[in-house]
Design a binder for this molecule. Structure first.
Ligand code: PLP
Length: 415
């Protein structure tokens, strides 16, 4: 952790940096009492500690700066495509990547200079490419032969990177593993030379790879640096892969410093090294607050604690079996084994299974930590549930950066 990064007090490292249990035994995030936030802004709500995001961004920037001038930390904005987050990360000196025209729109609206934006994606449409070119996007990451044709037609002279599928498979969930040979993304190692030879009207600046997310081992990054470095001399190498984050207290992320050291050690001298962190910048900065509505005890079977959100605000448990923690915001601890259910009309709408709570009751505020990445990003309107607001907290002040959706919003596109 960077020397001046705030630490958590009385709660685990899964919670945003600077969090603590206050004198009333309530969780505080960014100096704000989350029970009071629930009263003021309603539930469910995504609550972020702004300083946590800044401190994690600085950790990456400082780790590179201490070793080289030739680097870019590229925020993988798919994790939290929110203008307030873009604004904050552009201030911290990061670049960013976007995976669609919509993310590009938000990144520009959030103040990212177009030349600091990378656009990737395995199936960019003509309209998205035209939008990127018209906006002056710095680099487009070319993903396939068909796309090279499309880019040459629509974006002659555009700076590009080639996305390589490096044949590396770290230990992570299959759905978040991106660098193995059998992948919808990028050019296989054996195809790279043919792709390079194919390029005629584009400016090839380098290679891009991403090995997957939730990686807790430096070995695959060493291998990645080796594989890409052996592919030729380019000014830019994007050695992407998502550093693992702690969703539960038993998970221990790798130090950013060791990760950066590994990337730079493996890259040739003078090459500008890029990395593309998403969740490791924002996941632990955010928690979701819910209100408990019902507690259903089935003797000898299970206790269901139902909250006022679920798969519409956090799809990850249903999509990849992701595990989370939960606590009653003003009574941490406890020994009642509970399952946290959402309010959606699906039996699979379960946020957390077998978590210990302190005598949960209707009206309690329940908090799930580490929801800062891919929560807001994947939020949806299933069952006509309006999407939650995003609240940024710092120094005891809370501000709404995305308002809660209304029922009227649900019908806004109907014609
Ligand atoms: N870059 C690319 C190309 C990705 O596919 C992903 C995630 O799948 C990321 C960056 C972000 O990964 P993470 O949020 O785990 O850091």
């Amino acid at each position: 952790m960077a020397g001046n990064a705030p630490t958590t007090t009385g709660v685990s490292h899964v919670y945003p940096r600077g969090s603590r249990l206050n004198e009333r035994g309530r969780l505080e995030v960014g100096g704000c009492d989350v029970v009071e936030l629930a009263e003021e802004f309603g539930t469910p709500a995504y609550v972020y500690a702004e300083d946590d995001i800044r401190s994690r961004a600085r950790e990456y920037m400082d780790a590179f700066r201490a070793r080289t001038e030739h680097f870019e930390v590229v925020y993988a904005s798919k994790a939290f495509p929110c203008t307030a987050a873009y604004r904050l990360l552009v201030e911290e000196g990061l670049s960013c990547d976007v995976a669609s025209g919509g993310e590009l729109f938000l990144a520009l609206k959030g103040g990212f200079p177009p030349e600091r934006i990378y656009m990737h994606g395995n199936n960019k449409s003509d309209a998205e490419i035209e939008y990127a070119v018209a906006s002056g996007v710095g680099h487009i990451v070319a993903d396939s032969f068909d796309e090279l044709d499309r880019l040459e037609r629509l974006a002659p002279g555009q700076k590009v990177l080639l996305r390589v599928t490096p044949g590396i498979k770290p230990e992570t969930h299959a759905f978040i593993s991106t660098g193995q040979e059998d992948s919808k993304f990028g050019f296989g190692v054996d195809e790279v030379q043919r792709a390079i030879d194919r390029i005629d009207k584009l400016e090839l600046c380098g290679l891009h790879a991403h090995i997957g997310s939730q990686v807790f081992d430096l070995g695959p990054y060493e291998k990645l640096a080796e594989v890409l470095s052996a592919m030729g001399d380019y000014p830019l190498l994007n050695l992407g892969g998502g550093l693992g984050v702690a969703y539960t207290a038993d998970q221990q992320p790798l130090p950013v410093d060791d990760y950066v050291e590994t990337l730079l050690r493996g890259a040739p001298d003078g090459v500008t090294v890029l990395c593309e962190p998403g969740r490791s910048l924002v996941a632990n900065a955010g928690v979701t607050i819910y209100r408990v509505g019902t507690v259903k005890r089935i003797p000898g079977v299970r206790t269901y604690v139902a909250v006022d959100g679920g798969m519409s605000d956090n799809l990850r448990p249903m999509l990849y079996g992701a595990r989370y923690e939960a606590e009653i915001a003003d009574r941490f601890g406890g020994s009642d084994v509970c399952t946290i259910a959402g309010k959606h009309c699906e039996s699979g709408d379960i946020l957390v299974t077998d978590v210990q709570l302190d005598d949960p009751r209707p009206g309690d505020v329940l908090v799930t930590p580490a929801t800062g990445a891919y929560g807001h990003a994947m939020a949806n309107n299933y069952n006509g549930v309006p999407r939650p607001p995003v609240i940024f907290c710092s120094g005891g002040d809370a501000r709404v950066v995305v308002r809660r959706e209304t029922y009227d919003d649900l019908a806004l596109r109907d014609v």
